[in-house]
Design a binder for this molecule. Structure first.
Ligand code: MLT
Length: 404
């Protein structure tokens, strides 16, 4: 008789954004006359910029001609894109990262979820609390998190680093010794960031105890503060202790196109074993390469024209962030984030729980956000709004919230 992976049975409910999606659909069905504004999942609303559309059209034409047709892509990604990434995202910022340390994939979510496979079963993970749910869920599926305490919302074998208003949403070095440390900067969900100095403390700590920092930099395009590094590899010592995840979803609107990459430096080793080789082995075995069309489209992200167009798109979303931040502040809420990230993190109304506030806001304003407790127990009493809506719906959402 076959058996299932019991670890899945320990997981709480469904994936956070699936739960929200179901709740909102049920509400919409019961209230067909209501115009719902969705500022929950961080999904982009602006179309692909013209430079990307043009590059993708050209790639489609190439695929339609025998002499320029492409079959399977190289599993690590086309050299033309990896060279461009290495040069423009890393070397231009003084990071010594080469093209063969870059692994192109179908997105940062998959890589963040899959990376744990190449580490030993007994590795202990440390996460910020609140945190993007994929890090903990994927380790729980692999049986690395111990038992889930449904009352407290905590896994027995995970080291939680609370990030609350009291500590400026900056994780403190843990008392216990982790092997894998997940950091997301700029942060999802709190919208806050770590400075160079703060990140250096983490790099030194990881090198000292022999841990790996799994650094999710999906929102780096939104950094406005010069003190916040765009890559962990800007920090001295990171090549021996860090892996970085990047996404084209938020900087180029690829949530529905799918593309990302992971940087695994060759200096990151466990004894004599280079982690790079293991990730290459996994990638080669389980992934058949991101589509040629999409990798060609991504080249436009780095062209002068593409860069200028995307800068405007990021500014559009960050203007929404400002509208939300100021709108909530003047409605009397405590508000955080929204300066180096497209997420605004707020305290709920009059001490409501995160889910009470979710229901209240949906009922009273027909606005959808994300309950903070869905990201971890320290998110209780908080709520997240995304700046990825349209300008018009963002303004309307703030008017509705101010009116309740
Ligand atoms: C979010 O809303 O946290 C993100 O959109 C989820 C993701 O990028 O997978």
């Amino acid at each position: 008789m076959f058996r299932v992976n019991d670890n899945y049975l320990k997981l709480p409910g469904s994936y956070l954004f699936s739960t929200i999606g179901k709740k909102v659909s049920a509400y919409a069905q019961a209230n067909p006359d209501k115009k719902i504004i969705r500022l929950g999942i961080g999904d982009v609303t602006q179309p692909l910029v013209p430079a990307i559309v043009e590059a993708m059209h050209e790639a489609v034409d190439e695929m339609g001609r025998a002499e320029t047709f492409h079959g399977y892509a190289p599993d690590q990604g086309y050299g033309f894109l990896r060279e461009e990434i290495a040069k423009k995202d890393y070397q231009a910022r003084g990071c010594s990262i080469s093209a063969d340390e870059i692994f192109v994939s179908d997105g940062a979510k998959s890589d963040c979820g899959n990376i744990q496979e190449i580490f030993s079963q007994d590795c202990r993970i440390a996460v910020c609390d609140p945190v993007y749910p994929v890090y903990v869920d994927s380790n729980a599926m692999a049986g690395r998190c111990g038992e889930y305490d449904r009352t407290r919302g905590l896994w027995s074998n995970v080291i939680y680093m609370p990030c609350t208003a009291e500590n400026g949403f900056a994780p403190q070095l843990p008392d216990q010794r982790p092997d894998l440390i997940y950091l997301c900067v700029p942060n999802n969900p709190t919208g806050t960031a770590l400075t160079r100095g703060q990140l250096k403390t983490w790099v030194d700590f990881a090198n000292e105890i022999g841990a790996v920092i799994l650094y999710d930099a999906a929102y780096e395009a939104y950094i406005a503060d010069d003190e916040v590094p765009h890559s962990i590899f800007e920090i001295e010592g990171a090549r021996t202790c860090a892996i970085e995840f990047r996404s084209f979803s938020k900087n180029a609107g690829f949530t529905g196109v799918r593309l990302g990459f992971t940087v695994v430096p060759k200096d990151l080793k466990s004894g004599d074993t280079a982690v790079h080789g293991l990730w290459a082995r996994r990638h080669g075995t389980k992934f058949n390469g991101a589509p040629y069309l999409v990798q060609k489209a991504a080249m436009a992200v780095y062209s002068d024209q593409g860069r200028a167009q995307l800068k405007e798109q990021v500014a559009y979303y960050m203007n929404n962030a400002r509208v939300i931040y100021e709108g909530l502040k003047s409605a009397g809420y405590s508000v955080y984030g929204g300066v180096n990230a497209p997420y605004i993190w707020m305290k709920t109304h009059q001490g409501m729980t995160s889910w009470e506030f979710f229901d209240w806001l949906l009922e009273r304003a027909n606005v959808v956000g994300t309950p903070g407790s869905g990201f971890g127990p320290s998110g209780e009493g908080y709520f997240r709004l995304t700046a990825f809506g349209t300008y018009e719906s963002t303004v309307e959402a703030m008017e509705r919230i101010a009116g309740i």
